[in-house]
Design a protein. Sequence first.
Length: 518
Amino acid sequence: MKEESSSEITHPAGDRALVVGPIADGPVIVDTYLGRVKVDWDPEANVTALGHLAFFVEYLKSGGRLDALVADCPLTYTSPNRPEVRNVLGTVVLGVLAGHWRYSHLTSLRGDTVSAELLGMTKIQSEDSVRHGLEKIDETEGDRWLRRHLLETVSVLLSEKWILDCDTTIKPLYGHQQGAVLGFNPHKPGRPSHAYHSFQISSPRLILDVVVKPGNESASKHSEPHIWTLLEQLPRTYWPALVRGDKDWGNERNMARCEQEKLPYLFKLRLTKNVRRAAEKMAKGSGWVDAGKGWEGQETKLRLEGWSRSRRVILLRRLQADKSDKLISTPQPDGTQDLFWADPKTGAQVWEFAALVTSLDLEILTAAQLYRDRGDSENPFDELKNQWGWAGFTTFDIKRCQIMARMVALVYNWWSLYVRLADPDHHHEALTTRSLLLNAIARQTRHAGQTRLTITSNHGRREHVQRALEGIAKFFKWLAQTAEQLTQPERWALILSQALKKYLRGRKLQPPPSLLPV
């Protein structure tokens, strides 16, 4: 008989400690509505809650993404008891993929030997090992490393016509982190924060780069230098067809640089005094044309204060059906009003106004719709903050916050493209795709030199998921049989051509002529 352990387990809980008795010898009896049930623990069983991970690992291996990330990682150790670099990075990737947003959540993966072996790891590292490992990465080398891999993931797409969307999202902080200062924080005023300046490829919703700044550096002037650093390292044929941004981007600094570089732009304008005066003047006349979605538009030439030249401005207005007193303008930090209203008490028509400034020579309807399409760029920010890890993985120093922001963006890109292999027609958020394409119970067995995973999914659409995953596996089997002679970039181009065939309309992507420098 197994000898009963007499040791006690202590678990910290606030200022007190929870003292647990010795581990029982034999099963534990619990009383349920099914009757009395015997419960056993088997910590040695080779099972995983990420049962569908094997298909995602095949995708990473075929595309060479994880191997390349590990191969040139600037993480070095001197201790003889050092963890393997692949184990540290694999733990981060696995944690982000599983939806973790705190380092402490990584502990839940420690017993998952199946997922570790699938990723080529010898073990899953502890949260402390991950934190200490990221701390050892040189800041400059770490920036180059992750910017390069973010770019290499999407570089084959840059030969297509694409739109660069620029925006900033705010991450509230609750400690004394480096860079945790007061700034523009609309949802939690007065709360210190970090500002995440993000740049993405519009239609496929893929992140090109993200830069973490202190909370008081959320303005576009802190984003703009990073855009040109990124673009100057690309051949001109890989530059975007258009740069889009919100009203913080509609200023002389950004527009003059775009004009200097001959890069088309479409920015929203603040409704400043002179813009409002132009809107009032034009509202009294005719000439308004359909701008789509209930909007009317009219264009003019304006040279606002601080501008070096006159520029094309498109004024948009939309009639508001509700004339109640609830329709009030929204004050902005600079003292301007976000919305321009006629007085609802007079019984006059109530209009909402907006203004766009652009170098494009497009009709008003097309330009207005092009800016409305920018609204889709807000969705990845919400997804990255609330479904991935941008809301967490916080450390005292901003360097590791920057590394984890880019790591999260990289895994987000990998997963988004992988999900497109299952459904090329739509972008699906992680909230639904993880439960569909990642989470399932799998048991690993070995016999006669063969490894088998037996997957059990309780999802209501498990048969649909099985067919989708079998289709992905069939594609990679074809890729392995017919593309053995191809280089790794050529294989990755074929994978993206399959994943984004709706976006590409059947065109096949070609890899860049050489590795894009970063």
